[in-house]
Ligand binder design. Sequence first.
Ligand SMILES: Nc1ncnc2c1ncn2[C@@H]1O[C@H](COP(=O)(O)OP(=O)(O)OP(=O)(O)O)[C@@H](O)[C@H]1O
Length: 318
Amino acid sequence: MTAPPVILTQQLRKAYGPKVAVRGLDLRVERGEVFGFLGPNGAGKSTTVKMLLGLVRPTSGAVQVLGGSPDNPAVRARLGFLPEQFRFQTWMTGHEFLTFHAQLAGLGRAETRTRIPEVLERVGLGGRGGENLGGYSKGMLQRAGLASALLARPELVFLDEPTSALDPIGRMEVRRIIEDLRAEGVSIFLNSHLLSEVAQVCDRVAFVRGGEVLRQGPMREVMGSDLRVRVRVDELTPPVLAALTEFGPLISQQENTAEIGLSSEEQLPQLAHRLGDLGAALYELTPLRPELEDIFLELVGQSGDASHAHAAQEAAHA
Ligand SMILES: Nc1ncnc2c1ncn2[C@@H]1O[C@H](COP(=O)(O)OP(=O)(O)OP(=O)(O)O)[C@@H](O)[C@H]1O
């Protein structure tokens, strides 16, 4: 029997008076999956997350989280959440802050004692729990927020922009934490504007705009199957060019470098053999996958609405 999805929504909708924030959202996230939820500012991402956490009541539609209702405290106890703008009690030490969250999560004393050093270590704050949060850097605060989200061993974790305050090393560390969690079977719902990061860590993604899903699917599918390839040889002779166009359309050509479109990766070794047979010296054969950012801009900018395009650009470069 296949495991039920950890998130399932059907025609989920939220209107704030006349303003529709989320319209008819169908989402499905499987157990152990890292799911990227992407969209420009105002797309309805936060509203969706709040409905999935039971913090905002949907206007209509159905939502199931971990097989139950997010209104059910027993379901909520199995969720972790790192909000984008965490309010920290700056007068507390990291340890006190986590003890407070452990109490809120209903952890017993003995478990709290062992669990806090474990999560501090995991997020890279080992040995720093005795310091006041007021003295933490922005990156340290984000790590402390992540520690509190992981404290009660959640089965599903919502991470809203988890690396916005982190430097490149910190981002890599958080990526590793996400990968480790996935290996442990934890499911992750990730909101992030940092698309290169999403591309590296997500199994599936959904692009949203105006409260609707524009595209949803496995990372590989969303990125498209068409493959552009850069070929550099000693000389682009007429026979070499003719051979290249047998494989796919010629996109560009400059000096001894050409770009062509292939329909599958399987054509790469065939192309290398063919060029070898023609006596061409092959210096480069590079697949050029489209950037997630390009797909994002193309999808969210499609309305032609200047404010959307602007928001998309802001989101992509944030
Ligand atoms: N409490 C509210 N009352 C009225 N309108 C709201 C409320 N919360 C959100 N909205 C509106 O709903 C739309 C979606 O907002 P939401 O915060 O969900 O978007 P978002 O994708 O999370 O954006 P961002 O990336 O900027 O955080 C926006 O137009 C917003 O103004």
